[in-house]
Design a protein around this ligand. Structure first.
Ligand code: 5RP
Length: 231
């Protein structure tokens, strides 16, 4: 069921793609449906160029036959379509469940529009139940972790910070060679304050709060598609 919903949201987003577009290609199971839908249209003659947000998406897009570029060659994108772990009514997101938050944020920031595709279960009234991914440099991990805990304390927040592990039991390493700490916060009352102060901690590379980046969203529910913002 959930996979059908993801595909429905992805198919609707693929309808927004027009000839000549420079596309940011997101990461995750929902974004993979979008890459597959765009691949079908490319094989039918659509002309686009894609910038992938992860090595996994790059490999999938190559298999699909989508012409690819990099942000260095193509620094201005027309549209990025990506999934999310949580989205609220103001189009604020938690992303990074799939570990690609850094490239996803860079690509979304280089895009005129960012459309989020997800099944309706991702819509929340308050962000934070999904653990917030915080990407950190391996050097000084414990010191960085302590600095994050002190920051959370000073903001009146608490919650466990858990180093993400890969299925083989080793620390999970991102495409950029960093680690991820998942912050189990439950509720984020002031996402803007948390986002900007996290960015001030040396050792923190990026975090999964995407604020002011998404311009629209397509959420697939059992009752049909719900569209938020501008598509
Ligand atoms: O942020 C992400 C990857 O870093 C994904 O977009 C997010 O985890 C949603 O994934 P899925 O579509 O598989 O639920």
């Amino acid at each position: 069921m959930s996979d059908n919903l993801k595909r429905a949201a992805a198919d609707r987003a693929a309808e927004l793609v027009t000839d000549g577009m420079r596309l940011g290609l997101g990461t995750g199971s929902t974004a993979a449906h979008f890459v597959s839908a765009v691949g079908e249209r490319v094989r039918a003659g659509l002309k686009v160029v894609g910038v992938p947000t992860s090595e996994a998406t790059r490999e999938q897009a190559q298999r699909e036959g989508i012409p690819l570029s990099t942000l260095d060659e193509t620094p201005d994108l027309d549209l990025t379509v990506d999934g999310a772990d949580e989205i609220d009514d103001d189009l604020r997101l938690i992303k990074g469940g799939g570990g690609a938050l850094l490239r996803e944020k860079i690509v979304a920031s280089a895009s005129q529009r960012m459309i989020v595709i997800a099944d309706g279960s991702k819509l929340v009234s308050k962000l934070g139940r999904f653990p917030l991914p915080i990407e950190v440099v391996p050097f000084g991990l414990t010191a960085t972790e302590r600095a994050i805990v002190r920051l959370l304390d000073s903001l009146g927040m608490s919650g466990e910070l858990v180093l993400r592990h890969a299925p083989d039991g080793a620390a999970y390493v991102t495409d950029g060679g960093h680690f991820i700490l998942d912050a189990h916060l439950e509720r984020i009352e002031k996402p803007n304050v948390l986002a900007s102060t996290l960015n001030n901690i040396p050792g923190v590379v990026e975090h999964g709060l995407f604020l002011g980046l998404a311009t629209g969203a397509i959420l697939a529910t059992g009752d049909g598609l719900v569209e938020l913002g501008q598509l």
